[in-house]
Design a protein around this ligand. Structure first.
Ligand SMILES: Nc1ncnc2c1ncn2[C@@H]1O[C@H](COP(=O)(O)OP(=O)(O)OP(=O)(O)O)[C@@H](O)[C@H]1O
Ligand SMILES: [Mg+2]
Length: 212
């Protein structure tokens, strides 16, 4: 099965929450190759996905790189005195679906010569772009789509997160020539149950399964 990559138009827009919902819906494994910045208790996105997805702990794969500083991975690695080798960032081979989460947005550098978009271009796995619904998303989304397409990255679709915004949700897929997979609403409490329900009700999971 081909892995699915979850990337975003920005940092902090809901990639991990969507990746957790997708991991749960597919019964997938989850892998975040590069974690830059850890919470006070040493946890990162993988721990959030473990809590929210409902999959077995063994399905949450260890990061290839865990970097202390909450900044761009290329710089976080330099501060930690390590160099990430993009060629060595191959997804673990596992049975069944695998959800991979990037860090930050598509043009975030992993090294001084390689961005996440470049890495996705090497991999050629289908990519889901997560985008906000609010003001500013048209520009960020269309630029991200252009960057991915310019590198020949297969773009499976865009997932919006946030309050409904009909026009933004229409114009981005239209101008970006990309399929909308739906909009995950803002949840009052992000719990495993509420997230699984929102995913079932709002996202075209079948379209993602077709790409596996
Ligand atoms: N659908 C949602 N409903 C409510 N809160 C959400 C939703 N999606 C994301 N959030 C909240 O927004 C914040 C950022 O989300 P998340 O960590 O998923 O972003 P991210 O894009 O993965 O960030 P990073 O670039 O750090 O990996 C979190 O506090 C998360 O709980
Ligand atoms: Mg995240």
């Amino acid at each position: 099965m081909t892995p699915i990559v979850v990337t975003g138009t920005d940092t902090g827009i809901g990639k991990t929450v969507f990746a957790a919902a997708l991991t749960g819906a597919l019964g997938a494994h989850y892998w975040k190759p590069v974690q830059a910045g850890l919470d006070e208790d040493g946890s990162g996105d993988a721990d959030t996905v473990a809590r929210l997805s409902g999959v077995a702990a063994a399905q949450i794969l260890p990061n290839a790189w865990r970097l202390e500083t909450p900044c761009s991975p290329h710089r976080a690695a330099e501060i930690d005195g390590v160099t990430i080798d993009p060629d060595a960032l191959a997804p673990p081979s596992i049975e069944g679906p695998l959800v991979i989460e990037g860090a930050g947005g598509v043009m975030v550098p992993i090294t001084r010569s390689c961005t996440f978009a470049d890495l996705f271009a090497r991999w050629r796995y289908p990519v889901v772009l997560v985008a906000r619904t609010e003001l500013g998303t048209i520009n960020h989304s269309l630029l991200s789509i252009e960057a991915l397409k310019a590198r020949g990255v297969p773009l499976l679709g865009i997932v919006f997160i946030g309050e409904p915004h009909g026009e933004n949700e229409r114009i981005v897929p239209l101008l970006g020539e990309v399929r909308s997979l739906g909009r995950l609403p803002m949840l009052e409490a992000v719990t495993p149950g509420a997230l699984a329900r929102a995913m079932r009700d709002s996202i075209d999971i079948a379209a993602i399964e077709d790409a596996l």
